[in-house]
Design a protein around this ligand. Sequence first.
Ligand code: ZN
Length: 274
Amino acid sequence: MAHRLTRALRDFTLLVMTAVLHVPAFEDNYIWLVRGRSADRVAIVDPGDAGPVLEALARLRLTPVAVLCTHHHGDHVGGIPGLVRHFPLPVYGPAREAIPGITHPLKGGDEVALPELGLSLNVIDTPGHTAGHIAYHGDGMLFCGDTLFSAGCGRLFEGTAGQMHGSLKRLSALPAHTEVYCAHEYTESNLRFALAVEPDNADILGYRNEVAALRSRGLPSLPSTIARENAVNPFLRSHRAQVRAAAENFAQQTLDSDQEVFATLRRWKDTFRG
Ligand SMILES: [Zn+2]
């Protein structure tokens, strides 16, 4: 009984306070439910699994109005068929990728109007993790899928380091206060790598403590902000002297451009065990 009351109170607080709710899925995915200015309607971002989304919608009495996908990987789109069986939802996603049930193929520069939520989101091309990956930005929020993680970035499965570096530079230039909603909870392990690159960075050390406190209470480390990512994320900091020096030390050679520094960091992280 006490447990149910606590849970009801927590749900109520979430609904009053929060424009974006999180649904944990699989090992470490977050499916975001974006309310914007609506009381009881949401857009669903990257639903890899329908089950936990349907459960959250029912428990919180929320009505979905759209699905937004960032890229074609199964842990981001696998829940779409199960959701559209229950709700007649428009499905937005990258035009260049195979998204199940897609109704609105998008490319960089397009706009997604969600009047039910009082929101309009701009589409940003962010290739690198996959060839057609897109991100959604608007109203002080960024949904960046597997391109930008807090203190990290996605692996290069289909794109080049140059593409990913360009994508991250576009995200890095967004307004500093922008809230960053990544699709995975990788922050703690990413921070171990960030500290290997910049052991003396006070922002990383402080953030590591904040994240540890949140995670020990079972809370997400997200959203982050663009300001924070610019301060702690080595993949947004390849133009910094200390980051370049660390990458050159790893590569045992001089690196001639920020993009080479970025590519070296990505290779280093792929084999990093911290
Ligand atoms: Zn992915």
